[in-house]
Design a protein around this ligand. Structure first.
Ligand code: KG4
Ligand code: ZN
Length: 343
């Protein structure tokens, strides 16, 4: 057990300052400081506000994670940090901090891909990932389908959103319905009281034969539907709109994810990212996986949303695979391609 690497992971790609500590596949600490409340009144993450909050939260969050794990900086074998993709200024704060820790401690530094980290985190809960698996990553910043022969070294894009991310669509529709921010959990809750078949919203790229997604037409269709109700002076059935919108999103996501597994002969599907916390997405994915003979893996919600444990988990994987650490002049790359697991 103690021969497994002890890795400190730092995540600052969006509005969560996450610091995790893992030993191999064992989670020891997962400390989070979020600036989400500071963005709420703008209805979206403000990059400069997020960067400043990361700067203030960084050292206290590292200290909290170490104390939660019952270890000291001297015990750490390697530092891992999200190098991209994400908000440029936010990434820079984490990368600069990770370099300082690595240099000060004389420990190797691993600059890692945020999306691959969303995949690697599942190992902390469900053990080693089947090779290969297909991953559906859905959050406020990304919606991607990936073929993952090996999360440490071989991650291949199958498809992605051509416009809004799935979580972004949830956030925008929540604004149209006057619900809170971030919108996903509010829509999820409202939808429980609604009828998902009451309104038929468009399912972008449903039958186009690709693994790509499109949610901007759906978002506009919901806004138009609500506007026409309001113009007619009729009440807006919020629960029904939420349920019908949510169904349109999760129908396309699960249909394409199952097709990606089937077409590539893969028997395991992993769903991650903040939208994986959605109760209807979990239920429909389970139902369709069972029907198709596919094993579904979804980490618990706290490991689905952005966190430092996922970065530490991928770092441990890279150390375990014997890969060469990053250079100390490692750049933060806001549009890091998914094929670059390690920078
Ligand atoms: O992964 P994450 O924490 O950060 C990003 O990288 O974006 O995901 C946040 C996104 C937000 O858009 C939020 O509305 C969405 O995940 N989300 C949900 C739910 N919980 C969070 N979407 C749908 N249903 C949920 N229960
Ligand atoms: Zn994310």
């Amino acid at each position: 057990m103690t021969d497994q690497p002890l890795v400190l992971g730092i995540e600052t790609s969006c509005d969560e300052t996450g610091v995790g500590v893992v030993r191999g596949h064992t989670l020891l600490a997962d400390a989070i400081a979020s600036s989400v409340d500071e963005h709420a009144r703008f209805g979206g993450v403000v990059p400069e506000v997020a960067s400043r909050a990361h700067l203030e939260a960084m050292t206290p969050t590292v200290d909290r994670a170490l104390s939660e794990a019952g270890v000291t900086l001297a015990d750490v074998d390697a530092i891992a940090v999200t190098a991209g993709p994400g908000l440029a200024g936010a990434l820079l704060v984490g990368v600069a901090a990770a370099k300082a820790y690595a240099l000060g401690l004389g420990k190797p530094l691993y600059g890692v891909n945020h999306l691959a980290a969303h995949v690697a985190v599942d190992q902390l809960e469900h053990g080693p990932l089947p090779k290969p698996c297909v991953a559906l990553l859905v959050s406020g910043g990304h919606s991607s389908l990936l073929l993952v022969p090996d999360v440490a070294s071989d991650v291949r894009p199958l498809g992605a959103t051509v416009d809004d991310a799935a979580g972004e669509a949830f956030d925008k529709v929540a604004r149209v319905l006057d619900l809170g921010f971030p919108g996903g959990p509010y829509i999820d809750r409202a939808a429980r009281e609604g009828d998902r078949a009451s309104i038929s919203f468009p399912r972008g790229k449903y039958e186009d034969g690709t693994y790509d997604f499109s949610f901007s037409g759906l978002k506009t269709a919901v806004a138009r539907w609500v506007e026409s109700r309001e113009r007619a002076g009729e009440p807006v059935p919020v629960a029904d709109v939420a349920a019908a919108f949510q169904e349109a999103v999760v129908d396309v996501l699960t249909k394409k994810a199952i097709a990606a597994c089937r077409d590539n002969g893969v028997s395991h599907l992993l769903v991650g990212g903040g939208v994986a916390a959605n109760s209807r997405l979990r239920a429909l994915a389970q139902e369709r996986c069972e029907a198709a003979g596919i094993q579904l893996r979804v980490p618990r919600p706290k490991l689905c949303t952005d966190n430092g444990a996922m970065v530490a988990a991928l770092g441990a994987e890279l150390v375990g695979a014997g890969l060469k650490p990053s250079a100390l002049d490692l750049p933060a790359d806001s549009s890091l391609p998914i094929t670059d697991v390690l920078v």
